[in-house]
Ligand binder design. Structure first.
Ligand SMILES: *[C@@H]1O[C@H](CO)[C@@H](O)[C@H](O)[C@H]1NC(C)=O
Ligand SMILES: *[C@@H]1O[C@H](CO)[C@@H](O)[C@H](O)[C@H]1NC(C)=O
Ligand SMILES: *[C@@H]1O[C@H](CO)[C@@H](O)[C@H](O)[C@H]1NC(C)=O
Ligand SMILES: *[C@@H]1O[C@H](CO)[C@@H](O)[C@H](O)[C@H]1NC(C)=O
Ligand SMILES: *[C@@H]1O[C@H](CO)[C@@H](O)[C@H](O)[C@H]1NC(C)=O
Length: 361
């Protein structure tokens, strides 16, 4: 199984970058156009599923070549070389910066943030080193609240139980220290609006000790790393609440199984024990959700469902297989907010408490 080296030290990273540069010099002196190569992150080939880790790649993974003498890749080649030199500088001087800072150091070259992010993932893939080890941080968009306290990398004490609207997930998860929690469960919520509502309604106070967290849609790496760390160091149950639609199911899968493009980092990013609490497509029928609170599946939704059904982890999860088929049969999807059609307090006062009671039974 090919994985990134998570425990690699700074000097070894510097010497890997040195090796890449040496090989380029070697190719030039042999009169060959230089080529960089890294794993192809956009194919499911050779991505497999390990129940204890999530998505993984095996050693036969397809490689992508970035050639200096090809019109399509010369720009990519340039971006990757530029990033290698920036990263080298950061590591050598033991400084950290965000992806955004990197972008502003040469906006003309990078063009847009997405292009930089993509090239950076490829660099990290080429070096077999996770991005955060390259001293490049991403600003977190996730928020957390509940029974959790810790010291951040600067030594500040942070108590997540004393917040009205949630605390931003720190940008250096591995630098968090003295983490303390008595939470018996962690509830991951897809949407910020639902997270805020649960906080306003005092969800954390009325339930047994818990942590609630939202990645605000598709989760960023810091949010996923924090969950992974809580999973490894403590033993709460993990539940997730997402929309009963293909996008919600995709988000649930990313937390639980990992994503294809970051499958190298699954051991640091996934929570394989994550339990899909709701909203399940079968809840739509079971709770007889009102027709006018549902949305018709579009053809793009159907192709997304078929895409998920073909993934390596679906065979291991009867629930996922069954619920995806329920969604296809119904031809309708529901949002978490569709539960409001029953009553506005249904989610916090009935739905979640019932599911939790059942799970802890
Ligand atoms: C990154 O790699 C993917 C394939 O793995 C490729 O499609 C993409 O163009 C590459 N991007 C850059 C900027 O190198
Ligand atoms: C890996 O991919 C190659 C084709 O690129 C295929 O022949 C091989 O069977 C795959 N191996 C696994 C274990 O999926
Ligand atoms: C990555 O693999 C996919 C599927 O095999 C292919 O379509 C794509 O062109 C490859 N990307 C690169 C940059 O090689
Ligand atoms: C970013 O730039 C690349 C080319 O450098 C382009 O293909 C892509 O569409 C741009 N993305 C956005 C969101 O503007
Ligand atoms: C449900 O609503 C859809 C439009 O959203 C409509 O076409 C359908 O006839 C309705 N079904 C029932 C049973 O009311």
């Amino acid at each position: 199984m090919a994985c990134h080296d998570f425990d690699i030290d700074d000097n070894s990273i510097l010497s890997r970058i040195g090796d890449v540069v040496l090989s380029i010099i070697q190719q030039i002196s042999d009169n060959k156009p230089p080529v960089l190569s890294h794993f192809n992150r956009s194919t499911w080939q050779n991505v497999s599923y390990d129940e204890n880790v999530g998505l993984c790649v095996n050693d036969a993974m397809k490689m992508t070549s970035v050639r200096f003498d090809s019109k399509q890749s010369i720009k990519k080649f340039t971006l990757m070389m530029k990033l290698l030199s920036m990263v080298y500088g950061l590591i050598q001087t033991d400084r950290y910066c965000t992806k955004r800072d990197l972008y502003y150091q040469d906006t003309v070259l990078f063009g847009n943030q997405t292009a930089l992010d993509d090239a950076l993932e490829n660099v990290s893939c080429m070096l077999h080193v996770p991005r955060w080890r390259l001293h490049v941080l991403a600003t977190s968009k996730g928020c957390i609240a509940g029974d959790l306290s810790f010291h951040d990398v600067d030594g500040n004490y942070i108590d997540c139980s004393k917040t009205k609207s949630g605390i931003q997930v720190p940008s250096r998860i591995e630098g968090m220290q003295h983490i303390q929690t008595d939470a018996s469960f962690v509830l991951v919520v897809e949407k910020d609006a639902v997270f805020q509502r649960l906080l306003d309604e005092g969800f954390c106070k009325t339930m047994r000790p818990c942590i609630i967290i939202t990645g605000k849609g598709f989760p960023d790496m810091n949010t996923r790393m924090l969950l992974n760390r809580l999973w490894k160091e403590f033993s709460p149950r993990f539940f997730i609440l997402v929309d009963a639609d293909p996008y919600g199911i995709e988000i649930m899968s990313v937390y639980k199984y990992g994503s294809r493009s970051l499958s190298f980092e699954a051991p640091m990013l996934t929570v394989p024990d994550m339990e899909w609490m709701g909203v399940l497509p079968s809840d739509i029928q079971r709770l007889r959700l009102r027709n006018d609170s549902l949305i018709e599946l579009k053809s793009s939704d159907r192709s997304k469902i078929l895409d998920i059904l073909a993934r390596p982890y679906v065979l291991k999860s009867q629930l996922l297989y069954k619920e995806l088929n329920v969604l296809l049969e119904l031809g309708k999807k529901a949002e978490i907010e569709s539960l409001d059609s029953i009553s506005t307090s249904f989610l916090a006062n009935v739905y979640l408490p019932t599911k939790l009671r059942y799970s802890f039974h």
